[in-house]
Write a protein of this length. Structure first.
Length: 164
């Protein structure tokens, strides 16, 4: 049994725990320990996530399984083009992968994007992340590739889009 709800500042610790528990097995083999450590500290600094949740910079959805937070998604209109919504974050605890929670969260974000009157959902994914195949199965296609500097490191991403 699962439930999806808007995350609040009281959920920040759960979001950080899901991110930490998901990032290590996902990204350490692709990026190495030093880059994962750096990026987690940069992207998931507790105060940064708290501010994103509090001020609505990104809308966070928390998925609970039997009242335990096990997955989350964060999305917003793109700063550069408010006609495009961006799925900034989508993480499911490894023990829940394969249960359909990623699809459920994507469908929920897509519904909210359509409710906002927008018709394009976009995301970034590391070019070598197996999640790229999952996103393709969810109807996303590669729009372009980009390399983004994060401190001394690089994110080598595919930007994927889905028409809604």
């Amino acid at each position: 049994m699962y439930l999806i709800r808007e995350a609040t500042v009281n959920d920040v610790d759960a979001i950080l725990q899901i991110a930490n528990d998901t990032w290590w097995p996902t990204y350490a083999p692709l990026l190495g320990k030093d880059q994962v450590t750096y990026m987690l500290a940069a992207i998931y600094a507790p105060e940064k996530i708290r501010q994103q949740v509090k001020n609505g910079g990104q809308s966070f959805l928390l998925l609970l399984e039997d009242n335990e937070p096990v997955a989350f998604a964060a999305y917003s209109p793109r700063d550069e083009d408010a006609e495009i919504y961006k799925l900034h974050k989508l993480y499911c605890l490894p023990k829940t992968q394969g249960k359909g929670y990623g699809k459920i969260l994507i469908d929920t974000v897509a519904d909210r994007t359509r409710q906002a009157g927008k018709h394009i959902l976009e995301l970034n994914v590391n070019r070598h992340n197996k999640a790229k195949d999952f996103y393709e199965r969810m109807g996303f296609t590669i729009a372009y590739q980009e390399d983004i500097a994060i401190g001394p490191y690089w994110m080598n991403d595919c930007v994927m889009r889905k028409e809604l």
